[in-house]
Design a protein around this ligand. Structure first.
Ligand code: F6P
Length: 549
């Protein structure tokens, strides 16, 4: 039985990887591909609709074996099974971690504290579907009797990024007669821009907050209510037809003035960053309809089942998680780029930032002992081809190792006319070219052979050997989006399991929240904040002076 408590870097599996890294240092992907014509096939997985090519990684069969041994030694599969069983693996919050139950089929049995949670999940999905259908059909009307044409989701973090990302990703599947906006920032400009051209009589606010105490969301929701009531010239009675809540906290929802009949519930075993397939997805469900939403959940479930049952050699989240560990812990990589070649995935990487960085940005182990190994990477990136004209220079010729994921689709969306659809080959040619250029580069001899002057050769040489994973699917459907997100969720799980950290708490966001509350009266009223450091005090004074206070 593996001992999950012994320090990671002293495990023989860890030191074996260090030795292996030293031995394989300098091996180039050019050599690895030349030595093995089967490499691309052998290092490609098919999971559901996802074709995952991880052949352009700095690995051999031995690397993969050693990484899997590390996973076995740290009991990744045992930890995985505990999560799926509903054990309270989020130890610092004493909570189960069961986003997998959100997409389980109706006949599944998943228990928390002896109670099967699947019927509750499906009851809320049914409630959401009934409401979404009413809004989509026009049966749900506002206070003045007009049908709803605008849906404004108000939430932040996991209560914003998921629905906003998925709405963008699935735009071709949305009801184009409805307008959707996503407001998150406490900067009043966000709400102002979202509602300035909307008719309050036709606007529904979806207030999304797990806790219903998040200051940004409650502040924006309060301002939205003021805007609505003022615009309608109505009193509190108008709220019921224009506000719904997505939350775990019925008491706070009622306190805010939203009828709990208009509340869609979820549970404390759903982490904020894992919540968009819960009630938090209501705006998305209104946009794409309940059937498409279900297809998306089935996509998630497909990958969950793959993760739960596939053997280690063919388990995509396990392999991708271990590859991240290989670079972060044995190659010194600090970041990981996610580069989708799809305009519809413009918010995909921002969504993954919360998923990955809030989960695995930790520096203590589960028992509170400090880690002496690197944990989660900085996740960044934007859609290709735009990034190619901005920061790819650094990936190709800079001094940092940046593993990257390239994500693309074989088919453009059906809506495009033939001219625009034809551009798709050019888009995808760029994806393939980048993977190739990053891996194989261009040698100095190749540059010279082109007749380049000697003093220019170094500048025009590409070292290559930059690792990428390429993920392809036929098209970006709701199911494929679910599959992609679950792939990343489970990859993040694998890494947290190896690093022996609690991937499901987020204490690191608390201090800033507390200090902001303390500093605010200093800005508004000039109140003295005890113990304020000299720099912050001076910034506060300058701010007040600049505001003419
Ligand atoms: O600030 C971090 C956080 O707690 C996230 O984990 C969460 O997704 C976000 O705030 C929003 O929280 P809530 O849904 O409770 O408003």
């Amino acid at each position: 039985m593996p001992d999950p408590t012994s320090p990671l870097t002293r495990r023989p599996q860890w030191t074996a990887l260090e030795d292996h890294r030293a031995k394989t240092d300098g091996t180039h992907l050019r050599e690895l591909f030349a030595a093995d014509p089967e490499r691309a096939d052998r290092y490609t997985l098919r999971v559901g609709d996802l074709h995952i090519d991880y052949s352009k990684h700095l690995i051999t069969d031995e690397t993969l074996t050693l990484l899997r041994e590390l996973a076995a030694a740290t009991d990744v599969s045992g930890q995985r099974d505990a999560m799926f069983r509903g054990e309270k693996i989020n130890t610092t919050e004493d909570r189960a971690v069961l986003h997998t139950a959100l997409r389980a089929p109706a006949d599944a049995v998943i228990e928390v504290d002896g109670e099967n949670v699947v019927p509750q999940v499906h009851a809320v999905l049914d409630q959401m579907a009934a409401f979404a259908d009413q809004v989509r059909s026009g049966a749900w009307t506002g206070h003045t009797g007009k049908r709803i044409r605008n849906v404004v989701n108000v939430g932040i973090g996991g209560s914003d990024l998921g629905p906003a990302m998925a709405y963008e990703a699935l735009r071709p599947y949305t009801d184009r007669d409805l307008t959707f906006r996503f407001v998150s920032n406490v900067d009043g400009a966000d709400l102002h821009e979202a509602v300035r051209d909307l008719d309050p009589a036709e606007t529904l606010f979806v207030i999304a907050s797990k806790t219903f105490t998040t200051i940004e969301t409650i502040t924006n929701a309060t301002s939205a209510r003021d805007w609505l009531l003022k615009g309608l010239g109505a009193g509190q009675e108008a709220v019921a037809k224009h506000f719904v809540a997505l939350s775990t906290n019925a008491e706070k929802v009622a306190e805010f003035g939203i009828d709990t009949a208009n509340m869609f519930e979820f549970w404390d075993w759903v982490g904020g960053r894992y919540s968009y397939d819960s009630a938090i997805g209501l705006s998305l469900m209104i946009a794409i309809g309940p059937a498409r939403f279900r297809e998306m959940l089935d996509g998630f479930h497909l990958v969950d089942e793959h993760f739960r049952t596939a053997p280690p050699e063919a388990n995509a989240p396990l392999i991708l998680g271990l590859l991240g560990i290989w670079y972060g812990n044995f190659h010194g990589a600090q970041s990981h780029a996610v580069l989708p070649y799809s305009h519809y995935l413009s918010k995909f990487t921002a969504y993954l930032q919360q998923l990955d960085m809030e989960s695995n940005g930790k520096s203590v182990q589960r028992d509170g002992e400090a880690v002496d190994w690197q944990t989660g990477p900085v996740v960044w990136g934007t859609p290709g081809t735009n990034g190619q004209h901005a920061y790819y220079q650094l990936i190709h010729q800079g001094t940092k190792l940046i593993p990257a994921d390239l994500i693309g689709f074989a088919k453009p969306v059906e809506e495009l006319d033939s001219g625009l659809a034809a551009q798709h080959d050019l888009l995808m040619a760029n994806l393939f070219a980048q993977g190739q250029a990053l891996a194989f580069g261009k040698t100095a001899d190749e540059v010279r052979a082109e007749g380049v002057a000697e003093e220019q050769v170094a500048h025009r040489t590409f070292q290559g050997n930059h690792p990428t994973t390429t993920i392809l699917a036929t098209e970006l459907t709701p199911s494929v989006l679910g599959q992609l997100i679950a792939l990343y969720e489970q990859k993040v799980f694998v890494q947290g399991a190896v690093w022996n950290i609690d991937s499901f708490d987020q204490w690191g966001v608390e201090l800033g929240k507390v200090l902001a509350k303390r500093v605010e009266p200093a800005l508004t009223e000039g109140a003295q904040v005890p113990g304020l450091d000299a720099s912050t005090q001076s910034l506060v004074d300058t701010y007040r002076a600049l505001r003419g206070r």
